[in-house]
Design a protein around this ligand. Structure first.
Ligand SMILES: C[S@@+](CC[C@H](N)C(=O)[O-])C[C@H]1O[C@@H](n2cnc3c(N)ncnc32)[C@H](O)[C@@H]1O
Length: 260
């Protein structure tokens, strides 16, 4: 068994050997593999998510949670450490991740399911907090192949919706015009303009807006949206500054002392 320390505060157990799956297609690899091979990105994700979730909704209340793409449970852990949980459903397509999620001792034992998120999103769901941690996405995806499910999440009026966008991987000059067309603005020239236009579009379309946007290094941004029109706080999390956000204790890859 391996134990990962998350945000220098909490531990997440992995009850089997995390092994490389180098022979499989990159897009076909399990998130377990990603966690083993790219702990620096997972570390960055951990700190970004911790910040994203804090101080956006009333943390004294109890909430029901639905996670559509739960991977290895980093978000699961951070959600449970931030909010009081009534019940928690974690869904994931990858069988290895499902086994891992079932065998991890979270504070609140989640119901683990192995469905296609697209199918689950088409079913009515009344969870208070909803999480859609896409492996890759942009406004193009959320308004095309994920359009119905994405819209349905907002129609169910949860207290909070969190999702992942990877459009920032590429310079905005590459796809900015396409994003601008969907969002109904003249142009999008920077990632900040992308986030602001996304939030404005979201408010016009679903009456929600993005309260926080956490940039994970140069290749993802995590959005947290709540009802109403709000200013968006944006924060960047860089790889070099966040290496102690996720590491395996037995490997001692990184010790806190190295950062002091
Ligand atoms: C970015 S990872 C999720 C990380 C996870 N939230 C965590 O904190 O560990 C994206 C996950 O989505 C899963 N996935 C991709 N397409 C899916 C689908 N259609 N339904 C359910 N899960 C899916 C992948 O197997 C992958 O584990």
């Amino acid at each position: 068994m391996k134990t990962a320390r998350v945000c220098e505060k909490w531990d997440l157990n992995f009850n089997f050997e995390l092994k490389s799956e180098g022979d499989r297609n990159q897009h076909d690899r399990s998130y377990l593999h990603f966690a083993a091979q790219k702990p620096d990105l997972v570390a960055c994700k951990s700190y970004a998510t911790e910040w994203l979730l804090k101080n956006i909704i009333d943390e004294s209340k109890e909430y029901s949670v639905m996670e559509y793409m739960a991977g290895v449970g980093i978000q699961t852990l951070l959600i449970q450490k931030t909010f009081k949980i009534k019940n928690h459903v974690v869904n994931e397509l990858d069988e290895g991740c499902v086994d891992h999620l079932k065998n991890t001792n979270f504070d609140v034992t989640p119901l683990v399911t192995g469905e296609d998120a697209k199918v689950l999103l088409s079913i009515d769901n009344t969870a208070d907090l909803k999480f859609l941690d896409f492996p890759s996405s942009s406004i193009i995806r959320t308004t095309r192949e994920w359009k119905e499910g994405f819209a349905k999440m907002f129609e169910s009026e949860p207290k909070l919706i969190v999702w992942t966008d990877t459009s920032v991987t590429y310079p905005m000059k590459l796809h900015g015009n396409r994003y601008a067309k969907i969002m109904g603005v003249e142009s999008i020239n920077s990632k900040e303009e992308y986030v602001q236009s996304y939030s404005d579009w979201l408010y016009r379309t679903h009456r929600y807006s993005i309260v926080k946007a956490a940039f994970r290094h140069k290749n993802a941004v995590y959005f947290a949206a709540i009802k109403g029109k709000h200013e968006t706080q944006m924060k960047e999390f860089k790889l070099g500054d966040t290496l102690d956000g996720f590491y395996f204790l037995d490997e001692k890859r990184i010790s806190l002392a190295e950062f002091m």
